[in-house]
Design a protein around this ligand. Structure first.
Ligand code: 3HC
Length: 693
């Protein structure tokens, strides 16, 4: 490129000329978020193009890893957000009297896509992604995106993009008209060449003026779309407002549509859900940071992974690495189990391929990285070995003892245990520093959460490696300390204890589950028990009946897999309340002298959800979790806590910690002897503090 001008040193936006094209370049790492300085710089750059007669066209591009990834979320709620607002900036771009070409690489998201939509032309690399993820922040595209996108990409496409927030690839963008030209190789020269091609084309194609794509949909497109996505949208406010905004694009002239968009945007922005979802955005990113890690700690190199056990967990865990192109040696005790495990992995991949989310070639590629074997010694060249066998301390210790002998020096030895003491496992071998917990959640190839359990002796570089590897295999890793059940499962325990006691006192499984589902959980405690298996952890003696669960297991009511558990199930696994279970509960209550009474929904909330907050506070004060937001990440990604409530700790903050304490005090007598207060919770409530800042 020639004719370089000096850029203002303080602005993230610089300009330079190439022939008669003005290149406007953003350099605002890490993701070119459209903060105030960027917005001001863009406006100044368009002003420069207007003022300079020798400029005939403009290219807007970004340096670094990505095109603008959206508005700067950290500015939300601050005065900066109102200065040189993005809706005005994009209008200035669209109204530029010279053609503006957006050159897209990386991800053009949210406000970034809105800048692209306001540009007259869009050129992209095939690897680029385009999206409007605002809905995931509890918002909608607020800079004309809901009005311009359907006009450019079609109504159905815009609906899907806005209401789900899922990005599309550049090729898809090209097919739907969002991208004008796909280019290979170096983006900027191609974009400049394109700008030169279109420099004299008039009138300038303005997205806001287009009408042709607004009618290419069926009359019931909105109704159908909402119906199709009913389950996904349950409880969320933003998706339906996105639908409303896109609908406004079809029903109103552009100028009125953007007013409607602004109104809906402000409604969402002032609500609790948007606050929770924006909080969660940063919580997720913070979770990846290890407190107190020295700057000079470097991760170990992981080129090959070993997995012990080809059952449901071992297979699912392996798939994460295979999908990321990391070779896996998987070990089983006998050929049949090994074949079955590998067969299930292949079937899972093929199911993904049949939905069009993978090609047949990618299936073969992933499976090609798998080396199934019966030979334990084949693990000798692995850099990380994860055991995923039966949850039993003696078995785990035996396996770690064998690994101690054969694993190469520096190999990381991980356990996928969900409850057991990592310190005990580590101290049974000669290299405790190499031991770490990597607790995947089932189905391990799908669930995003990874609890990385730091033992007392886990080396910092081992912890760092496990966290970074977690991110590499597209998980959300969270550091947890050693305790029974770590963060997630430990918090399940008080919930389960109180839920079961509530049954005896007069609640039904349906009532407890309904309260949880209405709260926004995907299912309640008893639905979850039926799904996971009522028999998990059962002592297997049908004559030893000490609680309702023992009684159910003794008569083969092990959950969905047996067609009966806390509920009866039909052949399509649809649940109905069970009179048998009701009778068992009543008999037990009688036997134990528990007086049955009417239980209010509020009591269920206080005894099953407030107790979780209390347990979370204990986890925090014991240092098991690094920060309150990590607990929220665990619960949203591991157990389906509704993200629009931020997670249990954020939710407690919104309820008010004193209200939580008051609720628990109301129930304290009934919860004895299982319950005790977290001192941290009491202290924070007394001081009027929150878990979050
Ligand atoms: N605003 C402020 N900070 C942002 C940001 C944003 N829009 N997007 C990312 N960041 C920050 C992250 O917090 C993180 O900071 P940290 O290093 O201090 O933790 C850093 O940038 C890197 O982010 P990631 O760790 O997420 O990096 P990845 O490479 O994994 O992912 C990404 C990059 C795909 C761009 C991802 O960051 C992302 O999805 N960002 C959010 C995009 C988004 O939601 N845009 C819409 C914003 S709302 C909007 O535009 C409203 C408008 O319509 C008016």
């Amino acid at each position: 490129m020639t004719d370089v001008r000096d850029a203002p040193t303080t602005s993230p936006i610089s300009t330079r000329k190439h022939g008669d094209v003005l290149i406007v370049l953003s350099n605002n790492p890490p993701v070119n978020a459209l903060g105030l300085a960027v917005r001001q710089g863009l406006v100044a750059a368009i002003g420069e193009a207007e003022a300079d007669d020798s400029v005939k066209a403009v290219v807007i591009a970004c340096e670094g890893q990505t095109f603008f990834a959206g508005a700067d979320v950290s500015e939300f709620g601050t005065p900066k957000a109102f200065e040189q607002p993005l809706p005005t900036v994009v209008d200035i771009i669209e109204n530029c009297s010279k053609p503006v070409v957006a050159a897209i690489h990386g991800t053009a998201l949210g406000g970034g896509l809105e800048v692209a939509l306001a540009s007259h032309y869009r050129v992209a690399l095939p690897t680029a992604k385009l999206g409007t993820p605002e809905v995931k922040l509890g918002l909608l595209p607020g800079a004309g995106g809901t009005q311009r996108l359907p006009r450019v990409a079609g109504v159905r496409k815009a609906l899907e993009m806005c209401a789900t927030g899922n990005p599309i690839g550049a090729k898809d963008g090209f097919d739907c008209g969002l991208i004008d030209r796909l280019v290979e190789g170096e983006l900027l020269p191609h974009a400049v060449a394109y700008a030169e091609e279109v420099r004299d084309v008039r009138p300038l194609p303005k997205s806001s003026e287009r009408q042709d794509r607004l009618n290419d949909c069926t009359a019931d497109v909105f109704e159908t779309f909402v119906k199709e996505n009913g389950r996904k949208f349950r409880g969320f406010e933003a998706p339906l407002k996105n639908v409303e905004a896109v609908k406004a694009a079809c029903e109103k002239p552009y100028a009125e549509g953007v007013i409607e968009e602004r109104k809906l945007f402000m409604e969402l922005m002032s609500g609790t859900q948007a606050k929770a979802q924006q909080y969660f955005f940063f919580a997720e990113r913070k979770a990846n940071k290890i407190e107190g890690l020295a700057d000079d700690v470097r991760p170990r190199d992981i080129k090959k992974v070993g997995v012990i056990g080809a059952g449901t967990m071992g297979g699912g865990i392996s798939m994460n690495f295979l999908s990321a192109g990391i070779p896996v040696t998987i070990v089983e005790m006998n050929q049949e189990a090994l074949d079955r495990g590998a067969g299930i992995m292949r079937k899972n991949y093929e199911a993904t391929a049949s939905k069009g989310r993978m090609t047949a070639q990618q299936v073969e590629q992933a499976m090609g990285y798998l080396q199934p074997t019966l030979d334990f010694a084949a693990l000798a060249d692995c850099d990380l070995i994860i055991e995923a066998v039966y949850e039993n301390m003696d078995v785990k210790k035996e396996i770690f003892g064998r690994l101690d002998k054969i694993a190469k020096p520096g190999a990381i030895l991980a356990s996928n245990t969900s409850y057991l003491d990592i310190n005990e496992i580590a101290s049974s071998i000669s290299r405790p520093g190499d031991v770490v917990g990597m607790h995947f959640f089932s189905p391990a190839n799908v669930m995003k959460l990874l609890e990385v359990v730091r033992g007392d002796k886990t080396s910092p570089d081992v912890l760092l490696t496990a966290m970074q590897l977690g991110k590499r295999i597209k998980k959300v890793p969270v550091v947890a300390g050693v305790c029974h059940g770590f963060i997630g499962n430990r918090m399940l325990m008080p919930r389960q204890i109180e839920a079961t006691k509530l049954l005896l006192e007069g609640a039904s499984p349906e009532q407890v589950d309904r309260v949880h589902v209405e709260f926004g959980m995907p299912m309640g405690p008893f639905q979850m028990a039926d799904l996971a298996g009522v028999d998990i952890g059962w002592h297997r003696d049908p004559n030893r009946i000490e609680n309702v669960r023992d009684a159910l297991c003794a008569i083969d009511r092990w959950g969905q897999k047996k067609g009966a558990g806390f509920y009866d199930y039909d052949e399509k696994r649809r649940p109905t309340p069970s009179p048998v279970v009701q009778q068992i509960i009543e008999d037990f209550a009688k036997k134990q002298g528990v007086e049955r009474r009417e239980i209010s929904d509020q009591e269920i909330v206080e005894r099953t959800l407030y107790t979780m907050v209390n347990e979370g506070a204990k986890i925090l004060e014991e240092g098991i979790a690094q920060r309150a937001s990590d607990i929220d990440v665990v619960w949203v990604y591991g157990y389906g806590w509704p993200v629009y409530r931020g997670g249990p700790m954020f939710w407690a903050d919104t309820e008010g910690l004193q209200a939580i304490v008051d609720g628990l005090k109301r129930q304290e007598e009934r919860m004895k002897p299982d319950f005790s207060f977290s001192q941290l919770l009491l202290d924070k409530a007394a001081k009027g503090e929150k878990f979050g800042k």
